[in-house]
Design a protein around this ligand. Sequence first.
Ligand code: HEC
Length: 236
Amino acid sequence: MKYSLSIVVLTLAMGVFFTSCKHDPIHVDPNPIDSTGGGNSGSNCDPDTVYFQQEVLPLIVSSCAMSGCHDAASAQDGVVLTSYTSIMNTGNVKAGQPNNSELYEVLVENDPDKIMPPPPASLTASQIQLIKTWIQQGAKNNSCESGCDTTAFTFSGTIQPMMQTFCVGCHNATSTPGYVALDQYAGVVAATTNNRLMGAVKHQSGYVAMPPSGSGLTDCQILQLEKWIAAGAPNN
Ligand code: HEC
């Protein structure tokens, strides 16, 4: 997924979403994953289908479910965006109707008090389109894992897009939780020292599990990261 800075015209204001605050327990998603139209076995994902588990959820978690915003503990405006169930429970997604879905509307909002995420954070045009297409296609809890190739692990082709989808919403130039920034090559390399990056994504003890909610990286993606680091973490 390309990260276009050109969309950073979203300025101003925090706004109305920082009002009520309630504390919900993290709940495990009870909905079965719908793997029709692709299958979980990993052979033929439909290139025109947007898959919730692999594409939409990681993006929403990374862009919206940070502490203080829409994680389970913060639940700003009563909205928790950490799983399919919590996203659908908000009532903010009307399947097939992005223009009636608040989850989409806040992304393209002109009112600086309502636009999400609050500036200076923003989604790229292609990220916004991804969410729109997912809603148009019925807002399903679908999943398809093919397309991950453990023999492909260049920084530009694999590692950077992976960071972009799963991590950069929280770890970027202006927000560096745990002193970790993952929007640039140097920051990703720095995070590999002392096994921090791998410890976090593999949920090893002694490290904070990353990403903090959502379905996390797949085994294939973890293997790609391991191979890239073993190859000397090249900037290729
Ligand atoms: C929703 C926000 C969010 C997302 C998404 C996220 N992180 Fe984090 N990350 C944090 C926060 C907050 C901390 C600091 C946690 C702490 O210190 O308690 C952190 C800490 C870390 C650390 C330091 C862990 C340690 O134990 O030293 C690493 C490494 C890290 N993140 C990597 C990642 C990677 C890689 C991804 C994507 C796969 C990711 N993070 C996605 C919020 C996020």
